[in-house]
Design a protein around this ligand. Structure first.
Ligand code: HEM
Length: 439
């Protein structure tokens, strides 16, 4: 890892002793970043958790690093903050190892398997939504996070949606994710890392038991698919590999989708005309709600895309440079930790005029603001590590809209402009209080 002296030629905001910019990043990473770009330009450095990181901002940086044509950017080293909790996850692998494991995981997302997940997801969603309160305020974020986790448990693990185990799994995932940004990096008593390591042990034990059950009686769930999944050469995963890949996948799947749906709930509450348009679209759907039916939900897709632009669940993408690299006039030595910024890039007025405004029409074919550059819209990343669950999460979001909006109207019951905590995964600080009014 290069020293501060090796990066002395790269500008950046003044750093506090020891803490560097950590507090500023945790408190309001977007504000720090916008100010740094305005002052120093698209290449600047910050110190986060004791590590100097060079930020490379804008669409060209996203394109160069994510496509990685010269094979010099490591995702494994970039995401090393996750290493203790999510070792062996797909995103923490590079090159040949990553390619092979991605092929294996891909086979659990093939069309036939997706059809089964979708069927199962519709039943589970309808059951879970029936239990949501009406005519009284509740915290949407908490409810949707619990719901996406239960959907994940049902679809991926074959558990009943009301299985009491889901609440314990949810707690363990929360502890894992918090540990990844804990200030103390060793699992010492009373630290977030200690809770995260315990959460990981609990999840692995639970998955191991479920795998044994599925091996005895395979089903259509993701676990059963992963157990038989192989790449073209017939290579599959050992039990330990399944445990690690699955631990990462479940976290990646439910937390991100919960954030996206929370942003949508806020936007629809604040823009009733869009909410009515989506309710109308949902009511007009042909049943059963298969992929063909969901593909007709064009306006829902626009709202989903706009929600992901305004509050991307993964606003920063880290990598580590493995060979010396020259970028926009700066020498960046091998070993440097770099950060890409899809979040602030998608708030750039050159790409998206009046960027803070909720305006799903930007994604209509006549305006197509997201097509101004290949990397103008990047909530799912790009290149070799592009989100493998993009299609799955789009289907899940559309299914939820199709099940909820024809029955209820969402009304905001808290601040009309919630404050977002961006790290580790964005969520509204007040949990987004809402009231559901039956139609
Ligand atoms: C709105 C929802 C989601 C968002 C915004 C999102 C975002 C992302 C992003 C930005 C990456 C790339 C990170 C990088 O390049 O370093 C990624 C990777 C990944 N995502 Fe998602 N994700 C979402 C939903 C899901 C779902 C539903 C699943 C699984 C069913 C999933 C599984 C994964 C996996 C396994 C990877 C690693 C891929 C690889 O390294 O090859 N994600 N996601």
């Amino acid at each position: 890892m290069p020293t501060a002296a090796a990066l002395a030629h790269i500008p950046g905001p003044p750093a506090l002793p020891l803490l560097g910019h950590t507090l500023g990043i945790v408190r309001n990473s977007y504000a720090l970043q916008e100010q740094a770009i305005a002052t120093y330009g698209p290449v600047y450095k910050v110190n986060m958790l004791g590590v100097w990181r060079v930020n490379l901002c804008g669409v060209e940086a996203l394109e160069t690093v994510l496509l990685d044509r010269d094979g010099i950017f490591s995702s494994e080293a970039g995401w090393s903050a996750l290493e203790r909790i999510f070792p062996g996850g797909l995103m923490l692998q590079d090159v040949a190892e990553h390619r092979q494991n991605r092929r294996i995981m891909q086979s659990a997302f093939r069309a036939e398997a997706m059809r089964d997940y979708l069927r199962r997801m519709e039943t589970v969603l309808a059951d879970l939504l029936a239990d949501w309160p009406t005519e009284r305020a509740f915290r949407f974020y908490d409810a949707i996070k619990d719901l996406t986790l239960r959907v994940g448990c049902a679809v991926f693990m074959g558990l009943p949606p009301d299985d009491p185990l889901a609440a314990r799994l949810n707690r363990a995932f929360i502890d894992e994710v918090r540990a990844t940004v804990g200030l103390v990096r060793a699992p010492l008593p009373f630290t977030a890392m200690r809770r995260g390591v315990r959460g990981r042990a609990f999840l692995r034990d639970t998955f191991r038991r479920l795998i044994a059950e599925r091996r005895a009686a395979p089903g259509e769930d993701f676990f059963s698919q992963m157990y038989v999944a192989t790449d073209a050469e017939g290579q599959g995963w050992s039990e330990d590999e399944i445990l690690d890949q699955f631990n990462f996948l479940m976290m990646a799947a439910h937390d991100t989708t919960a954030t996206a749906l929370t942003t949508m709930a806020w936007a629809l509450g604040a823009h009733p005309e869009w909410q009515e348009a989506l309710a109308g679209e949902a009511e007009a759907l042909n049943r059963p709600l298969d992929e063909a039916a969901l593909a007709t939900m064009a306006r829902t897709e626009q709202v989903f895309k706009e929600a992901l632009r305004l509050v991307p669940p993964v606003p920063f993408i880290p990598r580590t440079v493995t060979r010396d690299f020259h970028w926009q006039g700066f020498d960046i030595p091998a070993g440097t930790a770099i950060t890409l910024n899809p979040g602030t890039t998608m708030m750039s007025p050159e790409l998206y005029p009046d960027p803070a405004r909720f305006d799903p029409g930007r994604f209509s074919s006549s305006r197509a603001e997201d097509k101004r550059h290949r990397f103008a819209w990047t909530p799912f990343g790009g290149g070799a590590h592009k989100c493998i669950g993009m299609h799955f999460s789009t289907l899940q979001v559309k299914l939820l809209v199709a099940c909820l909006l024809p029955r209820c109207r969402i009304e905001l019951a808290g601040s009309p402009a919630p404050v977002w905590q961006r790290l580790p995964i964005p969520r509204p600080r007040d949990g987004l209080p809402v009231v559901l009014r039956p139609r």
